[in-house]
Design a protein around this ligand. Structure first.
Ligand code: 13P
Length: 251
């Protein structure tokens, strides 16, 4: 069984100092009790990566991730960051295709597919984020949306991709930052769809971790994490506080 991945996405919150402080508090609150079957991932803003990396260094089970990157070695891409720069800052993981990148910045499946393939090639562990909007759910399109995002997002990778290098985060757009969580049946249904689709794309799909994200909180984590095919969580708002996120990590 792969270890459960308890991931924090700090989005565009926290200065360098605030991020380091939260990471420090989290390590103190969690490190003695972190079960062997869980790992913790922090995705701070780029400006805080190096500082948070220092807070996590030599801490067993804690990893650093970037929230995004551009799929090129280097070059004239003002405002972007490349996988080598993330690795250099101490990252092991990177998110690709977060809902806010898709719906606020306008990134499309084809572009995200280049990122997934390039990030893996450069040695990052990639977490591809997928999820339907409320409108798509109302139209009965959950399955077709998830299938399309997986088929297209993973179109350039080898079917032999190591399951340790790739994860999928199911984050229904309507549950992000709204306080609305998908209920256990909705989460299980979506995660089963994702698992089945992954089996048609990858050799070792059983081992790929599928995280749930969308208004995860200390009091709903235990019930979410115990569902079939839920191998971790990706947490926004409730991960900004070390106290709350430590309860989530240990729930
Ligand atoms: P919230 O936990 O704030 O709903 O955000 C979820 C998310 O977008 C994590 O990537």
């Amino acid at each position: 069984m792969p270890r459960k991945l308890m991931a924090a996405n700090w989005k565009m919150f926290k200065t360098w100092e605030e991020a380091c402080q939260t990471a420090r508090e989290l390590v103190v609150a969690v490190r003695k009790d972190l079960p062997d079957d869980r790992e913790v991932l922090l995705c701070p803003p780029f400006t805080a990566l190096r500082g948070v990396s220092e807070m996590l260094s030599r801490q067993e089970g804690f990893y650093l991730g970037g929230q995004n990157f551009y799929p090129a070695e280097q070059g004239a891409f003002t405002g972007e960051i490349n996988p080598d720069q993330l690795l250099d800052a101490g990252c092991t993981y990177a998110l690709v295709g977060h809902s806010e990148r898709r719906h606020v910045i306008g990134e499309k499946n084809g572009f995200l597919a280049s990122k997934v393939a390039f990030g893996l090639k450069k040695g990052l562990k990639v977490i591809l984020c997928i999820g339907e909007t409320l409108e798509e759910r109302k139209q009965g399109e959950v399955q077709s949306v998830l299938h399309r995002q997986l088929e297209q997002g993973l179109q350039h990778i080898s079917s032999a991709t190591s399951p340790e290098d790739l994860a999928v985060a199911y984050e229904p757009v309507w549950a992000i930052g709204t306080g609305e969580t998908a209920g256990p049946p909705e989460i299980e249904h979506a995660h089963n769809l994702v698992r089945d689709k992954l089996k048609s794309i990858l050799n070792q799909a059983e081992q790929i971790r599928i995280l749930y994200g969308g208004s995860v909180k200390p009091d709903n984590t235990a019930s979410i994490i115990s569902l079939d095919n839920v191998d971790g969580v990706l947490v926004g708002g409730s991960s900004l506080s070390a106290e709350k996120f430590s309860q989530i990590v240990l729930a």
